[in-house]
Ligand binder design. Sequence first.
Ligand code: PLP
Length: 398
Amino acid sequence: MNRSEIIGLFDRYVVPSYARYPLVFARGKGARVWDADGKEYLDFGGGIAVNLLGHSAMAEILAKQASVLVHASNLYYTEPQGRLAKRLVELVGVEGKCFFCNSGAEANETLFKLARKFGNESGSRYEILTFQNSFHGRTLAGISATGQEKVKHGFEPPVDGFRHVPFNDLDAVAKAVGPKTAAILLEPIQGESGIRPATPEFLRGLRRLCDERKLLLMFDEVQCGLGRTGDFCGFRSIASDVQPDAISWAKGLGGGFPIGAVWIRGPYADVLGPGTHGTTFGGTPLACSVALAVLDALDHDDLLRNAREVGQYFIGKLQALAAKCPVIREVRGLGLMIGVDLTLEARPAVLKLAEYGLIGIAAGTNVVRFLPPLNITRAEVDEAVEKMTRAFSASVSP
Ligand SMILES: Cc1ncc(COP(=O)(O)O)c(C=O)c1O
């Protein structure tokens, strides 16, 4: 099928809930994708932080496990789920247990239920404080937790029990905690709204506040976790001494194959007891084997170091470009989670970059984010910056 035939299928048969770009991707390898006309792109969007090891990287393990056991059900035990839970607990480095699901929204839903169960058991508390400009997924509770009006519009009334407070403002959070508050949930680095990291003092202050007021501190690491910032836990790139009570993950965990997970710290790890939560597909042998292969690659290929070093190199190159390119207002980020704040609107800027063969992702209104595979090379970064230089100089010339 050609490009316009494929787009035609979408126009006719796919619910139009996405404002899609007119790009039709056909195949990918490593950090590159090709569209239906055979045009090559350097993919620095990574399918929105998903393709942790690049395109086609999971083919071998997928084929191998597919011929062994794909799905069994959570009515039974399977080795890959047990091994993956152990591995994630070891990577967090603090005693706890994991729950498996299929997406970031579902992982956060698990956190919401954890907070409610914990709050109800410790004194009729059910409220979760979240932050302005946060993003926590598209389920009804997810949009209620999300601190952005645009995702809620038309879906009123929201799920009760979420209140949004200003990010990086500890006094405001302390004032907002009330008798019904059970937990605080945040993205240590806000992704969708434009790559905005929490400050170390903020994370430390939230931990103190949660200890004082007996609240759960929960981190949504769906986008910023799993090595993206150069640390397995994104929050540790900000403040290595802070320890949350629960963490949600998804996106990169399966390197492109859907899997979500939650880690819950020891004292709260049995709050969600038998019959309280579940999912048919969560933690299948296939998904867990693929995730184990992703985590193996993080170790064996020293990808956390690569994310730190190449990320630093990339940020340096972007800052040098910003100095001579007036459309770039600011470059910010950690590791390979990088936002370029522009004087242009993000969506046309993303299209312009694609015209020059570079894929980035819009965030907020004026930010283009780059979330490339963690095995990206300096040479690929050089190529991306060269494409960006040409695209941005074209976008300001008459
Ligand atoms: C921080 C964060 N939380 C949750 C989600 C929702 O994840 P999913 O789309 O897998 O449901 C996202 C997706 O962008 C995210 O960035």
